[in-house]
Design a protein around this ligand. Sequence first.
Ligand SMILES: [Zn+2]
Length: 347
Amino acid sequence: MTMMNACVLEEWNGSLSIDSVPEPEPGPGEVRVDVRACGVTRTIENAIRGGLADDPDLTPRIPGHEFAGVVDAVGDGVDGVSPGDRVLAYFYLTCGNCDACRRGDTNQCTNFGGWYGVNCDGAYADQAVIPASNALPLPDGASFREGAIATDGLATPLHVCRRTDVSDADTVLVIGAAGRIGIHLSQLAALRGARVLAAEIDDDRLEHVDAVTSDAVQPIDARGEDVADRLREATGGDGPTVVVDTVGDTATLEDAWNALAMGGQIVTLTTHHERSFAPPLKEFVVKEASIVGSRHATKEEVVRAARLLADGRIDPIVTDSVGLEDVPDVHDRIRNGESHGMAVLEP
Ligand SMILES: [Zn+2]
């Protein structure tokens, strides 16, 4: 039996360890991918904590779902994907047959099977087996690192911008702008012509945002008193037209609601449990405001995200490149709130 290295989670909310495990074989309709880059992110930390599923029967588990690599072997009945193909992975296990899948809204699949890295093994390993339909073509010119970022870090912002139709008429407030979703969303909104207010609550993060974005992105300190007033002031008085909350901090969200422009939209996309936000209904009417939920991205958006990175229209923001043996430490730092930006596992 051929063995490989993997980062294994023994139980939900448990610790990660580096083990030698049997190399997985692709079954019918599956492909095995040689992992070249995998994001080590807060989304995966949430999954490790049991935030996506916590059935004990699903462990031990190899986490990791934001990755790109090279197809190494294919199972029976696979066509359209061959060994040697460069691919990036779509991390929702979708059915391909429901109405949502057939119209291309794969993020809305009604026979949703979960996520690899949660319901089956993921990419914190030398190799990962995924359904062939989840192995999307990595565009020429996109690096594996860019592919890994595209799968979620940029595809999710693309979906947000499509849901809200962000344009040059907008001022977009990004809450949690230094995180991987926030930093790529800030760039994308600017690319679409919007003015961007990049909100953070930490000096290092504010400096980081300033250093890696263009002049269209204005860092804004969301700490302290009168945040709503300052937000409105920064827009020239009317307030942001689109607010995107990547953090799930309800205090910041309330400030953003109070600053929101007439006709404005608030987008929520975190999956953190037990947080709610409920402004009085009358205020929705008076402001003609909308709250928009945004769930990951479609397969088409994942490929489009990789193309934006390959073309150099969006900069991939990576703060650390790490090896498999470093992954448990990176998760410790994420859990302790000591990590900002994005680490990528590059075995
Ligand atoms: Zn489906």
